[in-house]
Design a binder for this molecule. Sequence first.
Ligand SMILES: Cc1cc2nc3c(=O)[nH]c(=O)nc-3n(C[C@H](O)[C@H](O)[C@H](O)COP(=O)(O)O)c2cc1C
Length: 228
Amino acid sequence: MSTSQTVLRSAALLALFAFLGTALVAATYQGTRDQIRENERLALLNSLRQLVPESDYDNNLLEERITLPAHPLLGSDEERFAYLAKLHGQVHTVLLEVSSREGYTGTINLLVAIHKSGEVAGVRTLSHAETPGLGDLIEIKKSEWILGFNGHSLDNLTRQQWQVKRDGGTFDQFTGATITPRAVVKAVYRALRYFNQQRDKLLLKPTPSNKPPSKQHPEENREKRDEQ
Ligand SMILES: Cc1cc2nc3c(=O)[nH]c(=O)nc-3n(C[C@H](O)[C@H](O)[C@H](O)COP(=O)(O)O)c2cc1C
């Protein structure tokens, strides 16, 4: 076999192996990505069910969701979802997907359930990359710390109190690990502010454009709106 034939054969073999390698990586990626998506869906469903007891809603929680455009208070450059818990057609709890990039490592993704009154129904950590034994105490499997948000709102805690104790607030930090809980407290606070700003949209309240014309005096309508 001449030198040029040998070179050509080696090149062809190399190309074949490169092709097979790439195909294998692509197939593995596809399979893993689908598995990761399915795991995320199951984790989300599990968290939704933990935050709103099944007896408290009669709709399909995973399907009744609103797509929210990216917003700084949601902590993401991408659109997120709000899941709506309804009973007899009325939304009573909104579950917001929010994120924080202020953790020790990577992004912390949370699900924050907020009653229509503006009180936190509960918070769960959906995913994170914090250090095992330090930052991972934000997981309900590891500690009850995340339950400390229940019942709190922008009305019953001041801006100052919406912080970890180290910063003069209400919420415990972990021993030797303040960064992670601080990030979570801030993200929950931002979620409540987002809820307050977008309350009518999230609770599917009629907007002026789809509201039937009212025969009442405009001032009466304004008072009603203020009461809501
Ligand atoms: C290897 C390593 C991993 C750490 N992981 C975390 C973490 O996941 N979350 C966290 O809040 N702090 C973590 N820390 C500690 C932070 O660097 C920081 O010291 C701490 O959050 C500050 O809290 P303190 O003021 O209570 O000490 C880690 C430190 C080291 C050395």
